[in-house]
Design a protein. Structure first.
Length: 154
């Protein structure tokens, strides 16, 4: 703060003793001490305010940098999502085109449609599986009609 040495303080003290007098010197010294303490506290408060403002500006700069980075990342991610969505849509279209042979040759599925024969109730009766008797296997449990094992053929 002030660069005052011990010898300079002695000179100030002697001059104050001569000018102020021995009766009022303790009160004046006490008042001067209070004023110096207030001045030191005021200077410390100003320094703390300046440091807070510097930190706030640094934090604002850091926040701005982080917001810019986040918006850049968000934009990049949105672009990648759009690219991936386009690729998925193209792949689905290609799959649909290749899975339908008529579309593969450029023919519309509705233009060339084969009639679909739905079996009627009388047709389904004719399509029942033949029984073992009809196949010539005989009864299911008889040992005579069972196929011979490879060991018995020899």
């Amino acid at each position: 703060m002030l660069d005052i040495g011990m010898s300079e303080m002695m000179v100030i003290g002697v001059v104050a003793l001569v000018i102020i007098g021995p009766e009022r010197l303790p009160k004046v010294a006490k008042t001067v001490g209070h004023l110096v303490g207030r001045m030191q506290r005021y200077v410390a408060d100003v320094k703390a305010d300046i440091n807070r403002e510097v930190e706030m500006s640094e934090l604002k700069d850091l926040k701005k940098t982080m917001d810019d980075a986040a918006s850049t990342m968000n934009t990049a991610m949105a672009a990648h999502v759009d690219e991936i969505s386009d690729e998925i849509r193209k792949t689905e279209q290609e799959f649909s085109r290749l899975s339908n042979p008529m579309m593969h040759f450029g023919l519309a599925a509705s233009a060339v449609s084969a009639p679909v024969n739905q079996p009627s109730a009388s047709d389904t009766e004719d399509l029942e599986a033949p029984s073992q008797m009809e196949l010539g296997l005989g009864e299911a449990g008889s040992a005579d009609n069972s196929p011979a094992s490879p060991a018995s053929r020899t």
